[in-house]
Design a binder for this molecule. Structure first.
Ligand code: GRF
Length: 197
């Protein structure tokens, strides 16, 4: 059973999706710890309510030490707003995945998080947007792509209506990516990720 750590900064709706996926046995893994960069994050409450260890920690050295102590096999960045260092990435190569609320390589990278992503997509006038699950590498949102799912963008959309539509597919593809990872069905070669169904 893979040991999972989920890093958050906010409401934790993606975390909740993983908690529910494990509870209903869709995901063969165990969330050992939730680490938040924000002590007020509602995601910490979600952890507590589900008897999962949840801590507020910002010092990267400490975070790395905790992840090693807990013998974590998979780290999920779920609405985690901090950029992790090359040292952190190297310590857990191909064991860190991130969910991003756009179709990478559009609307991603430094400064593209939360509502900003959707504002920029609407400003640009794209007809589709969506979500991406990818491995984390040394760059910002640049790692090999694991899964993506599109959503339509409507003329009358606001950043909030678009965010809501994208968040729904974020939950879908994050749960599926973690499910497959726990089954050992995701293989990475260079930038290419193959899913062995
Ligand atoms: C959302 O905007 C989501 O797109 C991104 O992080 C934000 C918070 O997600 N991944 P969550 O509800 O905290 O999982």
């Amino acid at each position: 059973m893979l040991k999972i750590a989920v890093l958050i900064s906010g409401s934790g709706s993606n975390l909740q999706t993983l908690i529910d996926g494990i509870k209903n046995k869709e995901i063969e893994g165990e969330i050992k710890i939730v680490i938040s960069s924000n002590k007020e994050a509602y995601g910490l409450t979600r952890a507590l309510e589900n008897k999962i260890k949840g801590i507020y920690e910002n010092k990267e050295e400490k975070i790395i030490a905790i992840l090693k102590e807990e013998k974590i096999d998979l780290i999920v960045l779920a609405g985690y707003l901090k950029i992790i260092s090359p040292k952190f990435v190297a310590a857990f190569k191909h064991k860190i995945i991130n969910i991003h609320p756009s179709l990478i390589p559009s609307f991603c990278g430094k400064g593209y998080y939360g509502e900003t992503v959707h504002e920029k997509a609407l400003e640009y006038g794209v007809k589709v947007s969506g979500a991406t699950v990818h491995f984390v590498d040394e760059g910002a949102d640049t790692g090999p792509i694991i899964m993506q799912k599109c959503v339509p963008v409507y003329h009358e959309d606001t950043k909030n209506t678009l965010q809501e539509r994208v968040l729904k597919v974020e939950h879908e593809i994050l749960k599926e990516a973690v499910r497959l990872y726990c089954l050992g069905k995701i293989k990475v070669t260079g930038r290419s990720v193959k899913i062995h169904e």
